[in-house]
Design a protein around this ligand. Structure first.
Ligand code: AMP
Length: 544
């Protein structure tokens, strides 16, 4: 017997329609690429997304056509999130920090019809556009006064396009399983692979992101969205914010500590979302300017943090400085991305702070919607004992079923499990602790050393800003750990001090064979430590 409820499809357009109807006056604040702070509202974003939809149709964009963005977090990019997907076209968010050949590869592979770009990326566009045959036009995300002077073919101005449109039309009814957003993973080997999200997947994911045991976001919140709109749907926060009518604060190209602090202060942000690296810079700014800053003006209540392991030291700092809860998340582009979240259980209430930080430092428990298990080399589930290390497998309605155009072949098994390539343990409460990316594990004498654990221990030192642990070839042990550290400004550290500091924090045989202080650590385009670069650079460091 069938139920008798309405079969309203789960579409992203329903979010912006709801935000416009019920939270029209709530602000969307952007640090623009042009310079000033711009103030918009959910109502204006909805109206302009509607005009954008009209403009796209006029440009000949239809259902299933790919439309790329190369842009920072601003209200214009947010308008594209809704305007492009709302008409059934596919928003292809491109990471502008990637190398030119990768950007070109992705635009060609996606067969994008148009690219909407921030004026700061005009040179990238000028380089790659001639090599992308599918491109019909380029749209600069700015007004007439700030149009790039570069000679670009079929160049249009975003504000002119919107200005030419009159009233918006109702959003069309689409198949909820239709594609909405396309985002390529920045795999370290081979070409990037496209993850193609459906409306249904992202809508269900929004409920999870907004929920009380998720980010617990509401219309009373003001959220600083540091995680880029070009990376894994900005962790679903824009959609969750539209769902509940939360205010959003978009930092544009300015991700430095000073700019983030200032936005957090003036916009009275109650939550924030960003990768650990961003927060290292944020606290470094606070440390260097403490005397001039009034930290009591910060209203921060919680911070969604993931993408790489949030060290215990960072969790502690957010708590001690602002009383803010760092909500540790694990996920990947392939999982929309939220898969686990580090919320506490009733039995943790009343724990002392230090014990609580230990729980928060784990990657969290499975959210409803994502099933998770850790398996051995034969694919057999391992016990949930917090000790058994194995491959982390996921499945669920917002987990990928395969990459765009079949790249990478079949990526799920007969029971739909997707192998994440991460190695982890799971404890009896379901908390996952990520040991490593499979390829980053340090294999010493047949045993495994967790690079993440070494790094977390190292950044616990008050003089360390950032740390990277890598496995380096060793004549006896196959690999041994090498620790690279970046110190805070003015701090001086040496190997002996660091080893001494680590001595009671990790097993004796885990202690790095060498510790090197470096000026900079290399990062990937998504803000993760680039271990590949480091492994290459230090390949022979422990050679006899
Ligand atoms: P991406 O698809 O670029 O978002 O990268 C996903 C990968 O980032 C995961 O497979 C993990 O290796 C890593 N990652 C994400 N969140 C965390 C976390 N909280 N702790 C450690 N690694 C993480």
């Amino acid at each position: 017997m069938q139920g008798l409820m309405q079969r309203t499809p789960l579409l992203l357009s329903s979010l912006i329609t709801h935000a416009a109807a019920n939270h029209a006056g709530t602000e969307i604040v952007s640090q623009t690429v042009e310079g000033p702070i711009a103030r918009s509202t959910w109502g204006e974003v909805a109206e302009r997304a509607g005009k954008l939809a009209g403009a796209l149709r006029r440009l000949g964009v239809g259902e299933g056509d790919r439309v790329a963005t190369l842009a920072w977090n601003t209200s214009r990019h947010l308008e594209l999130y809704f305007g492009v997907t709302g008409i059934g076209a596919v928003l292809h968010t491109v990471n502008p920090r990637l190398f030119l050949p990768q950007i070109e590869y992705m635009l060609r592979h996606a067969e994008d019809s148009y690219v909407f770009f921030d004026i700061g990326f005009a040179e990238i566009i000028a380089e790659v556009a001639p090599n992308v045959p599918s491109l019909r036009g380029l749209i600069a995300l700015t007004d007439r006064a700030h149009m790039p002077s570069l000679a670009l073919p079929n160049l249009l101005c975003y504000e002119d396009l919107l200005g030419a449109e009159s009233d918006a039309h109702p959003w069309p009814t689409l198949d909820e399983n239709a594609a909405s957003i396309l985002c390529y993973t920045s795999g370290t080997t081979g070409n990037p692979k496209g993850v193609l999200y459906s409306h249904r997947a992202l809508l269900l994911h929004s409920f999870c992101a907004a929920a009380a045991d998720g980010l617990a976001v509401s219309c009373l919140d003001s959220g600083l969205l540091v995680v880029p709109l070009f990376h894994a749907n900005a962790w679903g926060v824009p959609f969750a914010a539209a769902m509940v009518g939360a205010k959003l604060v978009l930092p544009g190209p300015r991700l430095d500590g000073a700019s983030l602090f200032s936005l957090m202060q003036t916009e009275r942000c109650t939550f924030a979302a960003g990768v650990p690296t961003v927060w290292f810079g944020f606290f470094d700014y606070i440390d260097r300017n403490r005397a001039a800053l009034d930290l009591t003006t910060i209203r921060l209540d919680r911070v969604l943090c993931g993408g790489s392991a949030a060290p215990r030291a960072l969790i502690k700092r957010f708590d001690e400085e602002f009383g803010a809860f760092l909500l540790h998340a694990w996920g990947m582009t392939e999982t929309s991305p939220i898969a686990t979240l580090g919320r506490l259980l009733p039995k943790h209430i009343g724990l002392d702070r230090e014990a609580r930080y230990d729980i928060q430092a784990k990657q969290g428990r499975p959210v409803y919607g994502v099933e998770i298990r850790v398996v051995d080399a034969e694919g057999r589930p391992l016990p949930r004992d917090g000790r058994s290390v194995g491959a982390l497998m996921v499945r669920g309605p917002w987990v990928t079923a395969g990459y765009f155009k079949g790249e990478g072949g079949v990526v799920i098994d007969a029971e739909h499990w997707f192998n994440t390539g991460d190695v982890a343990t799971m404890d009896e409460d379901g908390y996952v602790t990520l040991t490593d990316r499979a390829k980053d594990i340090i294999k010493s004498g047949g045993e495994w050393i967790s690079s993440i654990e070494l790094e977390n221990a190292a950044v616990g030192h008050p003089d360390v800003l950032e740390a990277a642990a890598i496995g380096v070839a060793h004549p006896k042990w196959v690999e041994r750990p090498l620790l690279l550290i970046r110190c805070k400004e003015g701090a001086v550290l040496d190997k002996a001090t660091m080893l001494d500091f680590l001595a009671d924090k990790v097993a004796r045989w885990w202690l790095p064979d060498d510790v090197i202080v470096v000026e900079e650590l290399p990062h990937t385009a998504t803000g993760k430590l680039s271990k590949v670069t480091l492994r290459k650079a230090y390949a022979n460091h422990l050679a006899p």
